[in-house]
Design a protein around this ligand. Structure first.
Ligand code: TXA
Ligand code: MG
Length: 329
């Protein structure tokens, strides 16, 4: 695990070009990268993560021009989205060219492409000279890693190098939008909010909601889950506080962890651990801390986790989607 600088990034690019796996920071979460054209290196990613082989990877680029080599065609709506949101937490599904090995896309005719907005990620991709196939750098099913330490906790020596770029800014993964259909469909909510997307593509369809079945392959699996079972306390603010205290009192012999906000933290008594995500006035700040808190509960050995719920707008809506899936047993 090395603090990224110019020289270290050059070294990481060398490792990647020679079949290595390099974890790197992006603005969303850390990625576990391999040379997209090296099927053997990509196979090592699936193995290290214990990822099902039917779950395709995102290909990371440092320019729009790089995309033209990877896909058959960039539809106007995709161009518009790139122009508005790249570099940034938006991933686009496009029709792939055969130059991309099958293993990267799990045999699909489409590929996910994204230009991350992190100086280390961009410098690394440029230095590598090839697009980088990378899923989130976590064991399959665990919350994504938002720090270099979290990556190391999951992989130890199974990765060749970890570029340390500090704590990630967004803290949740990118939004995935399928641009092979019209109107485009949101397959996974993430760092680019639905509200922001609608301002550019008003008729965009939300596919990844509890109400629909159309989803990106990865969203079929249980995800983002700490070891302890997680329950969400719903309702108005007052009801949330009461429900959580009741939950704590129901299990006096157990270690209950509370996922809290500043506004309500003083309302909880006798919990084994309380982790505060931030103030409800900034759902963006809360989102940034969500995955590290879920990972922290694992270290605190809690038996149960009870989480406050969040309003279904902006990053609150994305947090709720992740919490719902962490709560699935
Ligand atoms: O923010 C992010 O997107 C992070 C950083 C590292 O870029 N990456 C990430 O990758 O979250 P991963 O592998 O954890 O999630 C990628 C999602 C999965 O749900 C996968 O099924 C979906 O994108 N996906 C990949 N290729 C696809 C395709 N061709 N069609 C539909 N969905 C696809
Ligand atoms: Mg992932």
């Amino acid at each position: 695990m090395i603090k990224a600088n110019k020289k270290i990034i050059q070294k990481a690019a060398h490792v990647l070009r020679h079949g290595g796996l390099v974890a790197f920071p992006t603005e969303t979460v850390y990625g576990l990268g391999a040379n997209v054209f090296d099927a053997r290196a990509v196979a090592r990613i699936f193995k290290a993560k214990q990822r099902p082989s039917d779950n395709p990877l995102i290909v990371h680029v440092a320019s729009v021009a790089a995309v033209t080599h990877l896909v058959q065609h960039i539809p106007p709506v995709a161009r518009q989205l790139m122009k508005k949101f790249w570099p940034g937490p938006l991933t686009l599904v496009l029709r792939k060219r055969s130059i991309i090995p099958r293993i990267v896309t799990a045999g699909l005719g489409t590929v996910c492409v994204r230009m991350p907005q992190h100086p280390v990620a961009l410098a690394f991709i440029r230095a590598a000279g090839v697009p980088i196939a990378a899923p989130s750098a976590n064991l399959s099913g665990k919350p994504s890693a938002t720090s270099a330490n979290a990556v190391r906790d999951d992989f130890h020596d199974a990765v060749d190098m970890i570029l340390d770029g500090g704590k990630t800014k967004v803290g949740l993964e990118s939004t995935v939008v399928d641009c092979t259909v019209m109107p485009p469909v949101v397959l996974r909510q993430g760092g680019t909010t639905i509200e922001a997307l609608r301002r550019v593509v008003p008729d965009i369809v939300i596919g990844a909601d509890h109400t629909t079945t159309r989803r990106s392959p990865g969203t079929r699996y249980r995800h983002y889950a700490p070891f302890a079972p997680l329950t969400i306390a719903r309702g108005e603010i007052k009801e949330i506080a009461i429900a959580i205290q009741r939950f704590i009192d129901r299990y006096p012999q157990r270690r209950v962890g509370v996922l809290a906000t500043k506004e309500l933290v003083d309302r909880y008594h006798r919990a084994a651990a309380i982790l505060v995500l931030g103030s409800r006035r900034s759902l963006t700040a809360c989102a940034r801390n969500l995955f590290s808190a879920l990972r922290q509960f694992d270290k605190l050995n809690v038996d149960y986790i009870i989480a406050e719920s969040f309003p279904l707008r902006g990053m609150g809506r994305v947090m709720m989607e992740r919490l719902e899936r962490a709560a699935q047993k």
